[in-house]
Design a protein around this ligand. Structure first.
Ligand SMILES: [Zn+2]
Length: 106
């Protein structure tokens, strides 16, 4: 992912519209690129923080963004788990269908 890609994905990141692969690439780039971490902070400032202030909520910039990043990372882990479970269930369903067919044929 390039810094330009990252920058273009920031709005979707904050609106939670990135799919698993994009979210992972986004967070990986965020971890390794200082420039983009700063860019994200600025976007966060002008976007979310402003919304929070308008809503009369307390804004803690030093804490809020790292919290949000961490939450997204956990969400990604959670999604990966759900995906794995779905794959296992699907495999089980296929196995059951095959088994049923085999039993039917006997
Ligand atoms: Zn970058």
């Amino acid at each position: 992912m390039t810094c330009k890609d990252f920058s273009g994905m920031i709005p979707d990141f904050f609106n939670d519209r990135l799919d698993n692969a994009s979210l992972k690439a986004f967070l990986d780039h965020h971890r390794t690129c200082k420039g983009c971490r700063e860019e994200l902070e600025i976007q966060y400032l002008v976007g979310r923080a402003f919304e929070q202030m308008e809503a009369g909520e307390e804004v803690n910039l030093a804490k809020d963004l790292p919290d949000y990043i961490e939450k997204e990372e956990h969400r990604l882990e959670g999604r990966a788990r759900i995906f794995r479970t779905a794959v296992i269930l699907e495999a089980a369903a296929v196995a059951l269908a095959v088994l049923t067919a085999v039993i039917y044929m006997m």
